[in-house]
Design a protein around this ligand. Structure first.
Ligand code: SAH
Length: 395
């Protein structure tokens, strides 16, 4: 018998609406002594069955829901959920034009805390909650069964694991260890991905659509690609016919993969510069030198990891956006992003608006909004799954 978690009065509403998180404050009592990650039944204060979830004793999010139905949480349950996730990517056409894409986007695909990405012949997984950690070996067997691959690699070296009472861990889960760099194809663009040491699972798959969009606006343009990582936007800009691309990042290993990507796509490396620098400083020196560009990309890392950091994050976004607006030529385009889920879309727009005003770009407008690619869906009852916001602004 699984343990039963009883809710406080009126705390069943969001769970019934299929939000997957039960916070510790909503719990009245627990019947039984569930262990880390084990399945618990959740009942309302009136003892109605609400669903089954995974027990996270160390986290404020005490239970992450698996289902609202009376069904057993077992291998077949996960096989069905995984098949749905795989089929949705096929139906969206993502797997037709890309050898790298997200197969499981955590809560939004019914696997709270689990990320599964495909990079060519390899899968890379992050197990970020007690529930998916508990089922890890079952899940890995299912991945290998349903997704043909040479190997599955774990990149659970993420700080949030601590909140779940889990250590950070990396390593081979199945088959072969991935090579140091994997070649992937994204909508006609080729990239090198270091899944062993790169950021997240190796690549910013979520920016796929915005990279394709950028390519439409770069013909004969001068492009400044800030926070360029391994060259995602750079290859797109060059394929779009850019006259020149300046890439700026603080990581030399990322910049090295970026210049190798130029070669991989047989693009002209005379048009590309790679600068290892702090974007905040480099934008200032460009301003002082009077350097300008036709197109600027600002795709910074997460500036806000928690609510206390939102103010500081806002200052960071304002700073780089203000500088970028100053560096734009007439009719210039700014592709500006925030990947902090805590930074709400309206606030981000306000910050960018203030930046334009202070940069004296009074007529700046949004010509397009951007967000995460379709293999990073947002379950309707889980708005927290929507995190990547972008504004394409023209001055
Ligand atoms: N646009 C990229 C992803 C950017 S991720 C893509 O499409 O793939 C953010 C990048 O910012 C990382 O590569 C990180 O090394 C870099 N970075 C973080 N802080 C920085 C800073 N202050 N100056 C320059 N680069 C920075």
């Amino acid at each position: 018998m699984v343990a039963t978690v009883y809710l406080k009065p009126k705390r069943d509403k969001s769970l019934r609406a299929r939000h997957p998180w039960l916070f510790s404050g909503g719990i009245a009592s627990v019947d039984g002594s569930p262990q880390l990650g084990e399945t618990v039944a959740v009942h309302s204060s009136k003892n109605d069955f609400i669903g089954y979830g995974a027990w996270s004793p160390d986290s404020q999010i005490r239970v992450r829901m698996w289902t609202n139905r009376k069904e057993e949480i077992n291998t077949d349950f996960f096989r069905n959920a995984l098949m749905l996730a795989i089929q949705s990517r096929e139906a969206l056409g993502v797997s037709a034009n890309n050898t790298a894409y997200r197969i499981i986007a955590a809560e939004s695909d019914g696997f709270p805390g689990l990320v599964l990405d495909r990079y060519g012949d390899y899968l890379v997984a992050q197990f970020l909650s007690a529930g998916v950690e508990y089922w890890k070996s079952t899940l890995v067997e299912l991945f290998a069964e349903l997704i043909p691959c040479k190997g599955i690699y774990e990149r659970s070296d993420v700080a949030v694991r601590r909140k779940e009472g889990l250590e950070q861990v990396t390593g081979v889960l199945y088959g072969e260890k991935p090579p140091e760099k994997i070649e992937i194809l994204e909508e006609g663009r080729k990239y090198w991905v270091d899944v062993l040491n790169g950021h997240k699972t190796g690549f910013y798959l979520d920016q796929r659509d915005s990279r394709s969009l950028l390519a439409r606006y770069t013909n004969n343009k001068t492009v400044l690609n800030c926070f360029s990582y391994t060259g995602g936007f750079s290859v797109a800009a060059l394929q779009g016919g850019a006259a020149s691309v300046v890439n700026v990042d603080a990581s030399q290993t990322a910049l090295d993969l970026s210049s190798q990507a130029v070669e991989l796509n047989s693009l002209d490396d005379n048009k590309v510069e790679h600068i290892n620098a702090d974007v905040f400083k480099l934008l200032r020196s460009y301003r002082d030198e009077g350097k300008t560009f036709d197109v600027i990309v600002l795709d910074p890392p997460k500036f806000a990891e928690n609510r206390n950091q939102i103010k500081k994050a806002a200052r960071g976004y304002k700073d780089i956006n203000l500088l970028a607006f100053r560096l734009l030529n007439p009719n210039g385009l700014l592709f500006t992003f925030s990947c902090s889920g805590l930074m709400e879309a309206n606030l981000f727009q306000k910050i960018v608006s203030d930046a334009a005003l202070d940069a004296n770009c009074r007529s700046a407008k949004i010509v397009k909004k951007m967000d995460q690619a379709s293999d990073h869906p947002t379950a309707l009852p889980f708005p927290e799954g929507y995190y990547l916001k972008g504004l394409l602004c023209q001055i």
